[in-house]
Write a protein that binds this ligand. Structure first.
Ligand SMILES: *[C@@H]1O[C@H](CO)[C@@H](O)[C@H](O)[C@H]1NC(C)=O
Ligand SMILES: *[C@@H]1O[C@H](CO)[C@@H](O)[C@H](O)[C@H]1NC(C)=O
Ligand SMILES: *[C@@H]1O[C@H](CO)[C@@H](O)[C@H](O)[C@H]1NC(C)=O
Ligand SMILES: *[C@@H]1O[C@H](CO)[C@@H](O)[C@H](O)[C@H]1NC(C)=O
Ligand SMILES: *[C@@H]1O[C@H](CO)[C@@H](O)[C@H](O)[C@H]1NC(C)=O
Ligand SMILES: *[C@@H]1O[C@H](CO)[C@@H](O)[C@H](O)[C@H]1NC(C)=O
Ligand SMILES: *[C@@H]1O[C@H](CO)[C@@H](O)[C@H](O)[C@H]1NC(C)=O
Ligand SMILES: *[C@@H]1O[C@H](CO)[C@@H](O)[C@H](O)[C@H]1NC(C)=O
Ligand SMILES: *[C@@H]1O[C@H](CO)[C@@H](O)[C@H](O)[C@H]1NC(C)=O
Ligand SMILES: *[C@@H]1O[C@H](CO)[C@@H](O)[C@H](O)[C@H]1NC(C)=O
Ligand SMILES: *[C@@H]1O[C@H](CO)[C@@H](O)[C@H](O)[C@H]1NC(C)=O
Ligand SMILES: CC(=O)N[C@H]1CO[C@H](CO)[C@@H](O)[C@@H]1O
Length: 671
C-alpha cells in the first residue's frame, strides 16, 4: 500500500494577518467532482491547521496553435514534414505568458500568500493550512479514505476561483481528484491492462488471478493453414505482408510501456523464439529503462506478466534484429512522460512530487514497504521513436483538465518525432459491467446506464489508437479480417470486443473530419445520438454525459473525436507464458503489432537519412489506401451490438490494418 499524499508536518506560512478575501460573487466554479466513487469514504473535515502543499498549474500559452504546429511537421503535404522540434523549442513555444503569471501571483499576494514560481514558469507552489485553502478557494477540504488501500488524502467536492483569474489556471491540487495510485483496473485510478487485468489490492506483490487463457498445442508453427485457430508470427507476417527484418539503427530501439507487476521471463521468451522464430537468438531480451524504482527482469516463471510476454512475443518477430526497450515503472502515464521529457516533470509539478497528488504516485515513497524512496525521475531517458502502450481506462473516470494536460504532452512529443500507439480497449463501446469495470452494472453511462463510454487516453487526438481484428474460423490470412469479438476472450467471463466510439471531451480533429463525416453520411448508426462536448469552463465536472446527452435520449456523441484510428489482429494470439503455450487476446496485442510495423518503417527511413515518423494520423487519414479496410463485424457493448465495421473509417477498426508494402512506399516517398 502506498499513499499518494501525506500531510506535511512543516509549519505553514503565517496567515495570521490575512486580509479580507474576495467575496463569493466574484468567484466562479473551477472544478467539481461527480460524487459517484464507491472506493473512497469521506471521513470528515480535514483538520483546519494541517498543511496542504498547494500547486496551481498555469494555463499554457499558444496551445491554440499547437495543433497547427503539429500538423506542420506531420501532414504529408507540408513542406516541413518530418522536421521535428527540439525539446527546447517545445518548452519555449508553450510556456505560460506573463499575464497569466502576474494575474495569478497578484491574486495570491492579495490573499497574503507568498507563492514560488517553478523554474519553467508553469506552476505556483505554496503551503497553506486547510483553513486558508478553504477560504481562498471557497471550498471545504475533507479527508477521504481509500477503502482498498487504507490511504487517506485530502480533497474537496468543488472549488472556486475569481472570475478574472480562471482563464489563467489549469487546475489546482489538492483539489477534486481522488484517484488511487496502485490498484490497477479500478476506474477510479483510470489505468488497467487491456489484456488480462487482474486485481492487485494495493500491494506490490504479484497476485495474478486472471482467467487462465486457453492452452494451445504447437503443431505447425510456420504453417499458414491454421491461422484461423492460432495467430503465430508467421500468420502476422502474412496478414500484413511484412518481410523479415534486417536493419537495427542504434537509435531506433522499439519502446514498450509496462506498468507494475509486469515482468518478462527469459525462459518463456527462449521457448517462444525456439518454437516460432528460430531466427531470433536464444537469450534475446529487452533493455529495461527502469523508471522510479521499476525492476528489470525475473526468471521466475510463475510471476511473469501476461501483458509483458504478449507484447514482447508480438513485437520481437517483427522488429528483430532491432532491440526493444521496456519502459518500466510502477504506475501512471505521467511518470513515463516525466522520465522521457523533463520539462513535463516540472510542468506538472514543483519540487519533489512532480505530478498530481492523488493521481500519480508521489516520490520519494517513504510509506510502502518496497516503495521507491528516491526523487521522481525527470528527463533521464531519451524517448524511443515509437512507444506502444496497452493500458488505459475510461474517459469518464479521469478529470478533464488532467486528461487535456496529458494529451498536450503527447502532442509535444509528437512534435519531437515520437509516435504513441495505444490499445483502444477490450470492452467495445462501453466499459465492462461491474465488478470487472467501475462504471456501474452496465459499464455504460447516464442514469439508465445506456450511454456509450469511450476509453482514456484514447480520445486524445494526438495519439494513434489500435483496435482489434480477428481471423474467424474457416477464414485464411489472404481474406480480409473482421472486427474482433470473442465471448470467451474477456476478463471475468465478459465478452471481449474491440474498443471504439466518440469522445465527450475532444472535438473531431481536422485530420479525421472527412472520415467521420463519411461514416455518418453513409452508415448512420441506428442509435439515437447527441452532439455536445464537455469543457472545463461550462462543465467542470468530468464529461457529465447526462448533461451532454440532455433529453434527446442519445447514447453516443456525434461531434467527438472518433476511436480507433487503425487496427491489427487481437484474438487467438499464440504466446508462451508461465511455462506453457497459450492463446491470448486483446487490443493489447494489436498495439504492439502496429507499433512494431511503424518501428520497421522508421528503420528504413533512418537508413535513408530521413526522420522518424512522429505523429502518424494526418498521413494515415490522408492515405487510407495504405491500410486494409475492414468491413465485417461490430464492437458490442452497453447492451447493443455496438458500431459496425463498414467501408471506410469506422469506430470499430478505424481505417483498417497495415499493408506494409504500401505503407513503406508512401512513407519513404515523404521528405
Ligand atoms: C450531471 O448533470 C445533471 C443534469 O444537470 C445533474 O443532475 C447531475 O447532478 C450531474 N452529475 C454530476 C455527477 O454532477
Ligand atoms: C521547494 O524546494 C526548495 C528547495 O528544495 C525550497 O527552498 C522551497 O521552499 C520549496 N518550495 C515549496 C513551495 O515547497
Ligand atoms: C494449461 O497448461 C498448464 C500446464 O500444463 C496447466 O497448469 C493449466 O491448468 C492449463 N490450463 C488450462 C486452462 O487448461
Ligand atoms: C544516435 O543519437 C545520438 C544522440 O542523440 C547521436 O549522437 C548519434 O549520432 C545517433 N546515431 C546515429 C547513427 O544516428
Ligand atoms: C517492472 O518493475 C516492477 C517493479 O516495479 C517489477 O516487478 C517488474 O518485473 C518489472 N517489469 C519488467 C517488464 O521489467
Ligand atoms: C537457451 O539457452 C539456455 C542457456 O544457454 C539453455 O539452457 C536453454 O535450453 C536454451 N533454450 C532454448 C529454448 O533453446
Ligand atoms: C534466476 O535468478 C536468480 C536471482 O534472482 C539467480 O540466482 C539465478 O541464477 C537465475 N537463474 C537463471 C537460470 O538465470
Ligand atoms: C526541473 O526542475 C528541477 C528542480 O527545479 C531542476 O533541477 C531540473 O533541472 C528541471 N529540469 C528541466 C528539464 O527543466
Ligand atoms: C530506501 O529503501 C531501501 C530499501 O528498501 C532502504 O535500504 C533505504 O534505507 C531506504 N532509504 C530511505 C531514505 O528510506
Ligand atoms: C455477450 O455477447 C452475446 C452476444 O454474442 C450476448 O448475448 C451476451 O449477453 C453478452 N454477454 C455479456 C456479459 O455482455
Ligand atoms: C464476419 O463477422 C462475423 C461476426 O460478426 C463472423 O461470424 C463471420 O465469420 C465474419 N465473416 C468473415 C468473412 O470473416
Ligand atoms: C512443438 C514444438 O516445436 N516444441 C518445441 C518448442 O521448443 C522446445 C525447445 O527448443 C522444444 O523442446 C519443443 O520440442
Amino acid at each position: 500500500m502506498h499513499f499518494s499524499f501525506v500531510f506535511l508536518l512543516a509549519t505553514a506560512v503565517d496567515f495570521a494577518h490575512c486580509i479580507a478575501l474576495p467575496t463569493t460573487h466574484h468567484h466562479v466554479l473551477h472544478e467539481a467532482r461527480d460524487g459517484h466513487s464507491q472506493r473512497w469514504a469521506n471521513i470528515g473535515r480535514a483538520p483546519s491547521n494541517s498543511v496542504l502543499p498547494m500547486r496551481i498549474g498555469l494555463a499554457q500559452s499558444n496551445l491554440d496553435k499547437a495543433h497547427e504546429y503539429l500538423n506542420d511537421v506531420s501532414h504529408p503535404s507540408s513542406a516541413n514534414y518530418g522536421k521535428h522540434w527540439t525539446s527546447e523549442q517545445v518548452i519555449n513555444a508553450f510556456r505560460p505568458d506573463e499575464t497569466s503569471i502576474e494575474t495569478v501571483r497578484q491574486w495570491l499576494v492579495d490573499a497574503d500568500i507568498k507563492p514560488t514560481l517553478s523554474e519553467n514558469k508553469a506552476w505556483f507552489a505554496f503551503d497553506a493550512t486547510v483553513k486558508k485553502a478553504d477560504s481562498l478557494l471557497h471550498t471545504e477540504y475533507y479527508e477521504y479514505e481509500d477503502l482498498q488501500t487504507g490511504g487517506v488524502m485530502p480533497a474537496c467536492e468543488r472549488y472556486h476561483v475569481p472570475k478574472h483569474v480562471q482563464k489563467h489556471i489549469d487546475y489546482i491540487t489538492p483539489g477534486i481528484k481522488l484517484l488511487a495510485p496502485s490498484d490497477q483496473p479500478s476506474a477510479s485510478d483510470g489505468l488497467s491492462k487491456r489484456q488480462q487485468p487482474s486485481r492487485h489490492h494495493g500491494n506490490r506483490h504479484p497476485n495474478q488471478h486472471s482467467r487462465q487463457r486457453v492452452n494451445y498445442t504447437v503443431n505447425a508453427a510456420q504453417s499458414l493453414s491454421t491461422c484461423d485457430q492460432a495467430i503465430t508470427p508467421a500468420c502476422i507476417a502474412a496478414l500484413y505482408q511484412i518481410p523479415p527484418g534486417s536493419l537495427a539503427h542504434p537509435n531506433n530501439s522499439m519502446g514498450i510501456f509496462e506498468a507494475e507487476l509486469q515482468t518478462w521471463d527469459q525462459e518463456d521468451l527462449n521457448m517462444f523464439f525456439s518454437n516460432f522464430t528460430s531466427y531470433i537468438a536464444n537469450g534475446t531480451h529487452p533493455e529495461s529503462n527502469l523508471i522510479d524504482g521499476g525492476v528489470a527482469v525475473t526468471n521466475y516463471t510463475s510471476t511473469s506478466g501476461g501483458e509483458a510476454m504478449l507484447d514482447l512475443e508480438l513485437a520481437y518477430p517483427i522488429v528483430y534484429p532491432q532491440t526493444i526497450t521496456v519502459w518500466n515503472y510502477t504506475w501512471g502515464f505521467n511518470t513515463l512522460l516525466d522520465a522521457i521529457d523533463g520539462s513535463f516533470c516540472n510542468y506538472t509539478a514543483f519540487n519533489e512530487t512532480g505530478n498530481a497528488p492523488g493521481i500519480d504516485p508521489t516520490y520519494p515513497d517513504l510509506i510502502a514497504p518496497l516503495g521507491y524512496n528516491h526523487t521522481l525521475q525527470c528527463g533521464v531517458y531519451k524517448p524511443t521513436n515509437v512507444i506502444s502502450i496497452s493500458y488505459g481506462g475510461q474517459e469518464a473516470d479521469v478529470p478533464i483538465a488532467y486528461q487535456k494536460r496529458q494529451c498536450n504532452e503527447y502532442l509535444k512529443l509528437g512534435l519531437q518525432g515520437v509516435s504513441f500507439l495505444f490499445a483502444s480497449g477490450d470492452s467495445g463501446v462501453g466499459n465492462y459491467p461491474a465488478p470487472s469495470g467501475d462504471d456501474g452494472p452496465t459499464g455504460c453511462l447516464g442514469p439508465k446506464g445506456d450511454i456509450f463510454n469511450p476509453t482514456w487516453p484514447n480520445t486524445c487526438p494526438y495519439i494513434t489508437n489500435v483496435g482489434a481484428t480477428k481471423v474467424y474460423p474457416g477464414r485464411s490470412v489472404y481474406e480480409p479480417e473482421s472486427a474482433a469479438f470473442d465471448p470467451a476472450g474477456g476478463i471475468y467471463s465478459n465478452n471481449y470486443s474491440s474498443g471504439g466510439g466518440f469522445s465527450n471531451i475532444y472535438p473531431i480533429p481536422d485530420y479525421q473530419k472527412c472520415a467521420v463525416a463519411n461514416f455518418f453520411a453513409n452508415h448512420t448508426p441506428s442509435y439515437p445520438s447527441y452532439s455536445a462536448l464537455a469543457d472545463n469552463a461550462s462543465n467542470p465536472v468530468h464529461p457529465n454525459v447526462t448533461l451532454l446527452a440532455g433529453s434527446t435520449g442519445g447514447i453516443y456523441n456525434r461531434i467527438g473525436r472518433g476511436v480507433p484510428d487503425v487496427a491489427a489482429n487481437g484474438d487467438n494470439i499464440a504466446i508462451y507464458h508461465a511455462g506453457h503455450f497459450q492463446l491470448s487476446a486483446g487490443t493489447s496485442a494489436s498495439a504492439p503489432i502496429f507499433a512494431a510495423i511503424i518501428n520497421r518503417i522508421n528503420e528504413e527511413r533512418l537508413a535513408a537519412n530521413k526522420s522518424s515518423l512522429g505523429f502518424l494520423n494526418p498521413t494515415l487519414y490522408q492515405h487510407p489506401e495504405i491500410l486494409n479496410d475492414i468491413t465485417n463485424g461490430t464492437n458490442p457493448g452497453c447492451g447493443t451490438l455496438g458500431f459496425e465495421a463498414v467501408q471506410g473509417w469506422d469506430p470499430v477498426t478505424g481505417l483498417g490494418t497495415a499493408n506494409y508494402p504500401k505503407m513503406l512506399e508512401l512513407f519513404m516517398s515523404l521528405p
